[in-house]
Design a protein around this ligand. Sequence first.
Ligand code: NDP
Length: 479
Amino acid sequence: MNAQPTASLFINGKHVEGQGKELPVHYAYTGETIATLHEATTDQVAEACRAAKEAQPAWAAMAPVERGRILGRAAAIIMERNDELARLETLDTGKPIQETEVADWPSGAAALEYFAGLAATLTGQYIPLGADWAYTRREALGVCAGIGAWNYPSQIACWKAAPALIMGNTMVFKPSEETPLGALKLAEIFIEAGMPAGVFNVVQGRGEVGAALVTDPNVEKVSLTGSVPTGRKVYTAAAEGMRHVTMELGGKSPLIVFDDANLEDAVSAAILANFYSSGQICSNGTRVFLQEGIKGPFLERLAERVKAIKMGDPLDPDTNHGPIINPTQAAKIREAIASGQAAGARLVCGGPGEGAFIPPTVFADATDDMTIATDEIFGPVMTTLSFFDEEEAVRRANGTGFGLAAGVFTQDLTRAHRVVAGLEAGTCWINTYNLTPVEMPFGGVKNSGLGRENSAAAIEHYSQLKSVYVGMGGVDAPY
Ligand code: NDP
């Protein structure tokens, strides 16, 4: 299989070959090399940032509705080519085609469409001050650096580009070294949609290339999707230059199931919250808290349904569960499974699997201190824990440094809202899980990050306010 792009980088409207280290791209299912890219050198990162800096004033000066039209056209192109793009996403990530066709580029296109529509509505404020008055202008920040994780590479590129570009910023995006292909397609699609050269650029490389990007003197804002340790490093480096940041980091999110929950729906949600994308999702509800009365029937039904999950060739439309992104990540997940067993948690189904595949794995009778209940595994491993009452569930759900997401299943709506109000998480779901429509803000609290993606709230993180006081009379000086 061959997915070799025209060149590794995209700078100032052109394909450019990277002059840095080789970057092979493997198809996770077979391990074969499907493309060989090259990293950007520090000079090439600087060149991309300069191109973005030079393109920014003219892009920001364009009427917002014009910028919106370009993003809207890009969204339409993506949807026309969704089949082809989904296939590439599957090769890049190993995720089943039945997912990439509906969840990856379509969600990216939705973000472009949403912010395209919002463009013309973004205005400042008029502030009456008696005879005088003031107004605010919401202005672009300048060059934004986007750095992505490997689980939703194209969606992440679109989610970052859409609010940034609509506000008149320009962007240099670095995808994860594991999944470099989708962002290059996005850069080409933007040009095809009429975006000026230099507005959206792509550099490739490992962590050091990301680090060079974060500290480039032309960069005013850094938006990272990645793990908490990387987030700490990037936030610290960004702080040096007083840069704005958005941090979309990891989680160990709770999903609380009360006795009165609709059993079938709660089981469906727990499955989606742990096994979609082979569990490689930041907001997954990996700590499933089961109230004592529902625990038995829940685990029984869960085990039955998990057996029906079809693991295999990601390009087969019937496959539900694909391989893990790479052998290193698979080894980490296997270590986590072994640690759960060693700590005395009961393996309900699944296990270490073989090669690139780790089957959907469920632990029962876990305790809060086991590492399977404390650490982000980023794989198909669900840890279930039991609880007696609401106060206990909320307290234990909050007993983590993470705060990305949380869910609650109950038929008692008063309780649902009360519980959600008490949960320390940026995104919560009641009687569903992991739905992230572009209309709804998405992001974490505590160590899971800061800033919000999606919705009008994202605009605040890609713009700054200028206040303008307008004096309408004379200047009354006391001396
Ligand atoms: P990493 O934190 O390993 O990497 C994220 C990105 O940062 C990659 O592009 C990586 O490059 C780059 N990077 C690494 N070191 C540096 C550095 N010092 N300076 C700048 N950039 C750097 O995350 P993964 O790719 O492994 O993704 C999994 C993690 O992402 C999980 O923790 C998951 O929860 C989180 N995530 C969060 C989401 C959210 O929205 N909150 C959504 C999706 C994932 P490279 O990989 O090439 O080394």
